[in-house]
Write a protein of this length. Structure first.
Length: 256
Protein backbone atom coordinates (compact mmCIF):
# COMPACT_ATOMS: atom_id res chain seq x y z
CA UNK A 1 0.00 0.00 0.00
CA UNK A 2 2.86 2.40 0.76
CA UNK A 3 4.45 1.52 -2.58
CA UNK A 4 1.12 2.15 -4.30
CA UNK A 5 0.86 5.59 -2.70
CA UNK A 6 4.28 6.51 -4.04
CA UNK A 7 3.37 5.26 -7.52
CA UNK A 8 0.05 7.15 -7.52
CA UNK A 9 1.53 10.48 -6.46
CA UNK A 10 4.34 10.09 -8.95
CA UNK A 11 2.10 9.08 -11.87
CA UNK A 12 -0.40 11.93 -11.59
CA UNK A 13 1.18 14.73 -9.53
CA UNK A 14 4.83 14.14 -10.46
CA UNK A 15 5.87 13.95 -6.81
CA UNK A 16 9.03 11.84 -6.30
CA UNK A 17 8.13 8.26 -5.47
CA UNK A 18 10.03 8.22 -2.19
CA UNK A 19 8.28 11.37 -0.95
CA UNK A 20 4.87 9.83 -1.62
CA UNK A 21 5.83 6.69 0.28
CA UNK A 22 7.07 8.64 3.28
CA UNK A 23 3.92 10.78 3.40
CA UNK A 24 1.65 7.72 3.38
CA UNK A 25 3.79 5.94 5.98
CA UNK A 26 3.65 8.91 8.35
CA UNK A 27 -0.10 9.33 7.82
CA UNK A 28 -0.75 5.65 8.58
CA UNK A 29 1.47 5.74 11.65
CA UNK A 30 -0.29 8.78 13.09
CA UNK A 31 -3.77 7.36 12.45
CA UNK A 32 -3.11 3.95 13.99
CA UNK A 33 -1.68 5.54 17.12
CA UNK A 34 -5.06 7.23 17.62
CA UNK A 35 -6.70 3.82 18.19
CA UNK A 36 -9.61 1.77 16.81
CA UNK A 37 -12.42 4.25 17.47
CA UNK A 38 -10.84 7.01 15.41
CA UNK A 39 -9.86 4.44 12.79
CA UNK A 40 -13.47 3.28 12.35
CA UNK A 41 -14.71 6.87 12.12
CA UNK A 42 -12.19 7.76 9.41
CA UNK A 43 -12.72 4.63 7.30
CA UNK A 44 -16.49 4.96 7.72
CA UNK A 45 -16.28 8.32 5.94
CA UNK A 46 -13.81 7.25 3.26
CA UNK A 47 -15.41 3.92 2.27
CA UNK A 48 -18.65 5.18 0.64
CA UNK A 49 -16.76 7.90 -1.24
CA UNK A 50 -14.37 5.33 -2.73
CA UNK A 51 -17.20 3.03 -3.83
CA UNK A 52 -19.25 5.83 -5.46
CA UNK A 53 -16.29 7.24 -7.38
CA UNK A 54 -15.13 3.79 -8.48
CA UNK A 55 -18.56 3.02 -9.93
CA UNK A 56 -18.74 6.42 -11.68
CA UNK A 57 -15.26 6.07 -13.22
CA UNK A 58 -15.92 2.46 -14.28
CA UNK A 59 -19.27 3.26 -15.90
CA UNK A 60 -17.82 6.31 -17.64
CA UNK A 61 -14.96 4.26 -19.07
CA UNK A 62 -17.38 1.60 -20.33
CA UNK A 63 -19.72 4.09 -22.01
CA UNK A 64 -16.86 5.97 -23.69
CA UNK A 65 -15.45 2.78 -25.16
CA UNK A 66 -18.26 0.23 -25.16
CA UNK A 67 -16.89 -1.47 -28.26
CA UNK A 68 -13.70 -2.19 -26.34
CA UNK A 69 -15.44 -4.98 -24.42
CA UNK A 70 -16.19 -6.73 -27.69
CA UNK A 71 -12.55 -6.51 -28.75
CA UNK A 72 -10.89 -7.65 -25.51
CA UNK A 73 -9.80 -11.08 -26.77
CA UNK A 74 -8.33 -9.59 -29.93
CA UNK A 75 -6.41 -6.89 -28.04
CA UNK A 76 -5.07 -9.33 -25.44
CA UNK A 77 -3.45 -11.41 -28.16
CA UNK A 78 -1.22 -8.49 -29.11
CA UNK A 79 -0.09 -7.41 -25.62
CA UNK A 80 1.53 -9.05 -22.62
CA UNK A 81 -0.42 -8.51 -19.42
CA UNK A 82 1.15 -9.51 -16.11
CA UNK A 83 -1.03 -11.87 -14.07
CA UNK A 84 -0.82 -13.70 -10.77
CA UNK A 85 -1.73 -16.98 -12.50
CA UNK A 86 -2.81 -18.20 -15.92
CA UNK A 87 -6.32 -19.32 -14.94
CA UNK A 88 -8.92 -16.55 -14.60
CA UNK A 89 -11.09 -18.45 -12.12
CA UNK A 90 -8.20 -19.26 -9.80
CA UNK A 91 -6.97 -15.69 -10.14
CA UNK A 92 -10.37 -14.54 -8.87
CA UNK A 93 -10.11 -16.97 -5.95
CA UNK A 94 -6.67 -15.58 -5.08
CA UNK A 95 -8.06 -12.05 -5.07
CA UNK A 96 -10.88 -13.15 -2.78
CA UNK A 97 -8.33 -14.79 -0.50
CA UNK A 98 -6.24 -11.64 -0.50
CA UNK A 99 -9.25 -9.58 0.54
CA UNK A 100 -10.08 -12.10 3.27
CA UNK A 101 -6.61 -11.74 4.78
CA UNK A 102 -7.11 -7.97 4.89
CA UNK A 103 -10.58 -7.80 6.38
CA UNK A 104 -11.31 -10.90 8.50
CA UNK A 105 -9.05 -10.05 11.48
CA UNK A 106 -10.13 -6.40 11.38
CA UNK A 107 -13.82 -7.26 11.10
CA UNK A 108 -13.58 -9.63 14.06
CA UNK A 109 -12.49 -6.71 16.21
CA UNK A 110 -14.90 -4.28 14.55
CA UNK A 111 -17.90 -6.59 15.09
CA UNK A 112 -17.46 -6.26 18.85
CA UNK A 113 -18.43 -2.61 18.58
CA UNK A 114 -21.70 -3.40 16.71
CA UNK A 115 -24.91 -2.73 18.62
CA UNK A 116 -26.33 -6.18 17.83
CA UNK A 117 -26.01 -9.15 15.48
CA UNK A 118 -28.52 -7.69 13.01
CA UNK A 119 -26.43 -4.52 12.63
CA UNK A 120 -23.24 -6.51 12.11
CA UNK A 121 -24.82 -8.84 9.52
CA UNK A 122 -26.57 -6.06 7.57
CA UNK A 123 -23.37 -4.01 7.52
CA UNK A 124 -21.43 -6.98 6.18
CA UNK A 125 -24.03 -7.84 3.52
CA UNK A 126 -24.56 -4.31 2.18
CA UNK A 127 -20.88 -3.41 2.44
CA UNK A 128 -19.87 -6.59 0.62
CA UNK A 129 -22.48 -6.08 -2.10
CA UNK A 130 -21.43 -2.54 -2.97
CA UNK A 131 -17.74 -3.46 -2.77
CA UNK A 132 -18.22 -6.29 -5.28
CA UNK A 133 -20.34 -4.01 -7.48
CA UNK A 134 -17.59 -1.36 -7.53
CA UNK A 135 -14.93 -3.98 -8.33
CA UNK A 136 -17.04 -5.47 -11.13
CA UNK A 137 -17.78 -2.12 -12.77
CA UNK A 138 -14.17 -0.94 -12.50
CA UNK A 139 -12.83 -4.18 -13.96
CA UNK A 140 -15.22 -3.92 -16.91
CA UNK A 141 -14.02 -0.36 -17.42
CA UNK A 142 -10.41 -1.56 -17.40
CA UNK A 143 -11.20 -4.36 -19.86
CA UNK A 144 -12.89 -1.95 -22.26
CA UNK A 145 -9.67 0.09 -22.30
CA UNK A 146 -7.16 -2.71 -21.78
CA UNK A 147 -4.90 -1.61 -24.62
CA UNK A 148 -4.31 1.77 -22.98
CA UNK A 149 -3.97 0.70 -19.35
CA UNK A 150 -2.36 -2.77 -19.31
CA UNK A 151 1.19 -1.45 -18.75
CA UNK A 152 0.33 1.32 -16.27
CA UNK A 153 1.13 1.04 -12.56
CA UNK A 154 -2.16 2.72 -11.58
CA UNK A 155 -4.48 1.97 -14.52
CA UNK A 156 -7.59 3.42 -12.87
CA UNK A 157 -6.05 6.89 -13.05
CA UNK A 158 -5.80 6.52 -16.84
CA UNK A 159 -9.53 5.82 -16.99
CA UNK A 160 -10.25 8.94 -14.98
CA UNK A 161 -8.01 11.06 -17.22
CA UNK A 162 -9.93 9.89 -20.28
CA UNK A 163 -13.16 11.18 -18.75
CA UNK A 164 -11.89 14.61 -17.63
CA UNK A 165 -8.59 16.05 -16.29
CA UNK A 166 -10.32 17.58 -13.26
CA UNK A 167 -12.03 14.28 -12.46
CA UNK A 168 -8.64 12.58 -12.75
CA UNK A 169 -7.22 14.91 -10.12
CA UNK A 170 -10.10 14.17 -7.77
CA UNK A 171 -9.85 10.46 -8.42
CA UNK A 172 -6.09 10.52 -7.74
CA UNK A 173 -6.95 11.74 -4.26
CA UNK A 174 -9.64 9.04 -4.00
CA UNK A 175 -7.05 6.39 -4.90
CA UNK A 176 -4.82 7.66 -2.10
CA UNK A 177 -7.78 7.51 0.28
CA UNK A 178 -8.40 3.94 -0.85
CA UNK A 179 -4.77 3.02 -0.21
CA UNK A 180 -4.91 4.70 3.18
CA UNK A 181 -8.14 2.93 4.19
CA UNK A 182 -6.52 -0.42 3.35
CA UNK A 183 -3.09 0.17 4.85
CA UNK A 184 -4.29 1.51 8.19
CA UNK A 185 -6.41 -1.55 9.24
CA UNK A 186 -3.54 -3.83 8.20
CA UNK A 187 -1.11 -1.88 10.37
CA UNK A 188 -3.57 -1.70 13.26
CA UNK A 189 -4.07 -5.48 13.25
CA UNK A 190 -0.33 -6.10 13.57
CA UNK A 191 0.12 -3.50 16.31
CA UNK A 192 -2.92 -4.64 18.28
CA UNK A 193 -1.46 -8.14 18.53
CA UNK A 194 1.59 -6.66 20.25
CA UNK A 195 -0.32 -4.88 22.98
CA UNK A 196 -3.18 -2.64 24.04
CA UNK A 197 -3.65 0.65 22.21
CA UNK A 198 -1.39 3.52 23.27
CA UNK A 199 0.91 1.23 25.28
CA UNK A 200 4.66 1.21 24.77
CA UNK A 201 4.60 -2.15 22.92
CA UNK A 202 1.77 -0.99 20.69
CA UNK A 203 3.47 2.27 19.72
CA UNK A 204 6.88 0.65 19.26
CA UNK A 205 5.36 -2.00 16.99
CA UNK A 206 3.71 0.76 14.95
CA UNK A 207 7.00 2.54 14.39
CA UNK A 208 9.02 -0.60 13.60
CA UNK A 209 6.36 -2.00 11.23
CA UNK A 210 6.01 1.27 9.31
CA UNK A 211 9.78 1.61 8.91
CA UNK A 212 10.04 -2.00 7.67
CA UNK A 213 7.14 -1.46 5.23
CA UNK A 214 8.72 1.78 4.01
CA UNK A 215 12.00 0.00 3.26
CA UNK A 216 10.26 -2.88 1.44
CA UNK A 217 8.17 -0.41 -0.56
CA UNK A 218 11.33 0.74 -2.33
CA UNK A 219 10.95 -2.29 -4.60
CA UNK A 220 9.14 -1.57 -7.91
CA UNK A 221 5.39 -1.37 -7.35
CA UNK A 222 4.58 -3.88 -10.10
CA UNK A 223 7.03 -6.35 -8.49
CA UNK A 224 5.35 -5.91 -5.11
CA UNK A 225 1.91 -6.50 -6.62
CA UNK A 226 3.04 -9.52 -8.63
CA UNK A 227 4.69 -11.11 -5.58
CA UNK A 228 2.65 -10.16 -2.53
CA UNK A 229 -0.88 -10.46 -3.97
CA UNK A 230 -0.64 -14.11 -5.10
CA UNK A 231 1.02 -15.45 -1.95
CA UNK A 232 -1.33 -13.49 0.29
CA UNK A 233 -4.19 -14.89 -1.79
CA UNK A 234 -3.05 -18.47 -1.19
CA UNK A 235 -2.96 -17.86 2.56
CA UNK A 236 -6.38 -16.21 2.39
CA UNK A 237 -7.94 -19.17 0.57
CA UNK A 238 -6.61 -21.49 3.28
CA UNK A 239 -7.97 -19.14 5.94
CA UNK A 240 -11.45 -19.12 4.37
CA UNK A 241 -11.46 -22.92 4.21
CA UNK A 242 -10.53 -23.08 7.90
CA UNK A 243 -13.29 -20.60 8.81
CA UNK A 244 -15.85 -22.59 6.81
CA UNK A 245 -14.81 -25.91 8.41
CA UNK A 246 -14.94 -24.29 11.86
CA UNK A 247 -18.46 -23.01 11.21
CA UNK A 248 -19.63 -26.45 10.08
CA UNK A 249 -18.11 -28.18 13.11
CA UNK A 250 -19.54 -25.61 15.49
CA UNK A 251 -23.02 -26.04 14.00
CA UNK A 252 -22.79 -29.81 14.35
CA UNK A 253 -21.72 -29.50 17.97
CA UNK A 254 -24.70 -27.28 18.73
CA UNK A 255 -27.09 -29.69 17.00
CA UNK A 256 -25.61 -32.59 18.95
Amino acid sequence: MIGGAGASLNQYFGIPNVIGRILMAVLCLGTVMLGLNKLVDIIGLIGPVIIVFSIVIGLGAIFLNADGLMQVNEVLQGIEVSASCSNWAFSGALYTGYMAILVIPFLLQLSQSAKNTKTAVSGGVFGGFFLVLAILVMNLGLLSNIGAVYDQEIPTLILAEQLHPVLAGIFAIIVLMEIFSTAVPMLWMVCRKAGEERTKKYNLTCVVTVIAALILSMLPFTTLVGTIYPYTGYIGVILMICVFVKQVLTKKEKEA
